[in-house]
Design a protein around this ligand. Structure first.
Ligand SMILES: Cc1ncc(COP(=O)(O)O)c(C=O)c1O
Length: 463
């Protein structure tokens, strides 16, 4: 099934920005006119993104929407504490931040930086940073260990194991989160029961089973699978470790977000070491938005009013943040249905209510993209330009880079809409672009087919 190239990218800007509230299909052939979606509303708080300046090639920086409502939950101190916990795992290492100068020159930006989360703990995705921290915080609370004193060794000590017995952790996942929870449970001497949506790839199921977990594939989509996991937990007991919140369920999803935020803390240190004090634009892909929310909070904390533009990226089949911002009343909206996308990690229709206010107020653009946008970026990273390093990036990992690729090609072909989006993102010859490649080839058969058979071609690839 090929996705047609037309209308493969649409975006809205943060509510309250000049010209925001309008969705703009950026088909490379410019077939779609600007749609007249709902207008801006001031309900979601102040925002003052300055307009682009094409003079210098460097657009003025985004002014943030004001302090984070949840500042103390993502402060430098909290993130340092979380990172110190991660460091206690023998497997912990910073994942590489890879610069791609040849690609940057080809696309007309100052720098492209890819954080390679396929290298995280041998688990092929970033998710363990959240799952392990949440499992540890839960166990630590039961043992009366203060968060700043948590360590892998303490949780794994014979005394801790004896006191806790075997805890049953329950979760729903499209793959990576469940693998992370199963891994954490096994490493710390506990059990996991994992629910996956229909259509889950056999490879992803097997990887979770390899961690000793019991896996059930449901008949529903991701959001429905969460409800199945909750029902199982209510019937059988156990502790649900979910990456999204609901009424009365806040601590664990918050810990997961704090765990994810460490990725951006690492990136900021690595960029600084490479001489980049402030990146200009960061692309953050969203499923339920816990990753993007944690990352955007870390960015806001770390960079303050010099923070980069933040672009949230979702598959068009599950673009719940895009839709919520488009509706523009300050509230999050759920999307149902099949949520069918190759970006299975992003195929979630219900925004995490903890992440929503962060992404509403501390992101700038919200993209809804076709599968071809992701697939084309996967191919470019696998077959690098010039002396650039090759990267293995999975379907949910690099749609942000796909946006830059598509816009760059469409601009060169004279698309005014692509030009407008390029400037809205602050792209230009000096812009330092950050992409967090959140997974490797978590479904290796599909990955190979995307590369070798050129599945889901983008317009600029000659589709
Ligand atoms: C590889 C990958 N990237 C990004 C995400 C998005 O994370 P979240 O659901 O927290 O938005 C996921 C979620 O499963 C994922 O697996």
């Amino acid at each position: 099934m090929n996705v047609t190239a037309r209308d493969d990218i649409a975006y809205v800007q943060r509510v309250g920005d000049p010209g925001s509230g309008s969705a703009d299909g950026i088909a490379p052939d410019s077939q779609t006119g600007p749609s007249s979606q709902t207008g801006p509303s001031s309900q979601t708080g102040p925002s003052s993104q300055t307009g682009p300046s094409s003079q210098t090639g460097k657009a003025p920086r985004t002014k943030p929407a004001g302090p984070l409502a949840t500042t103390n939950e993502f402060s430098r101190e909290v993130l340092t504490m979380v990172r110190n916990f991660h460091r206690t795992f023998p497997q912990y290492q910073e994942t590489p931040l890879i610069q791609l100068p040849a690609l940057a020159a080809e696309l007309g930006v100052g720098g492209i930086w890819i954080k390679d989360e396929s290298k995280r703990f041998d688990l092929n995705s970033f998710k363990v940073l959240g799952g392990a921290y949440a499992v540890a915080r839960y166990l630590g609370d039961r043992l009366g260990i203060a968060p700043e004193e948590l360590s892998f060794a303490r949780l794994n000590s014979p005394e801790a194991r004896a006191e806790l017995g075997t805890v049953n952790f329950v979760t729903a996942t499209d793959g990576n989160h469940g693998r992370a929870v199963a891994w954490s449970a096994r490493e710390l001497g506990h059990r996991a029961v994992v629910f996956m949506p229909k259509g889950a790839s056999s490879h992803r199921v097997a990887n979770i089973e390899k961690e000793g977990a019991e896996v059930h594939v449901t008949a529903g989509n991701y959001d429905e699978t969460i409800r199945v996991a909750r029902a199982y937990m209510e019937e059988h007991g156990g502790v649900i470790v979910q990456d999204t919140s609901w009424e009365g369920y806040r601590d664990i999803p918050l810990w997961i977000m704090q765990g994810y935020a460490v990725v951006l803390d690492e990136v900021a240190d690595q960029l600084q070491a490479a001489g980049v004090q402030y990146p200009d634009v960061a692309f953050l892909q969203a499923g339920v938005g816990s990753f993007a929310g944690g990352a955007a909070a870390a960015i806001a904390e770390r960079y303050g009013d010099k923070r980069p533009r933040v672009a949230v990226v979702e598959p068009s089949a599950a673009a719940c943040y895009y839709e919520s911002v488009r509706i523009a009343d300050g509230e999050p909206y759920d999307i149902g249905g099949e949520l069918d996308s190759i970006m299975v990690g992003l195929a979630c229709g219900e925004p995490n209510r903890l992440a929503w206010p962060i992404l509403r107020d501390h992101a700038d653009l919200y993209f809804s993209v076709a599968d071809s946008v992701s697939a084309s970026a996967m191919r470019v990273l696998a077959q690098p330009r010039g002396g650039d390093e090759a990267l293995v990036a999975g379907e949910s990992a690099v749609a942000g880079l796909g946006i830059v690729l598509a816009l760059s090609h469409a601009r060169q072909a004279g698309s005014a809409k692509a030009e407008a989006a390029w400037h809205a993102l602050g792209l230009g010859p000096e812009a330092q672009v950050l992409i967090v490649s959140t997974e490797g080839d978590t479904d290796p058969d599909h990955y190979r087919r995307i590369l070798n058979e050129k599945l889901y071609p983008a317009a600029w690839e000659g589709a």
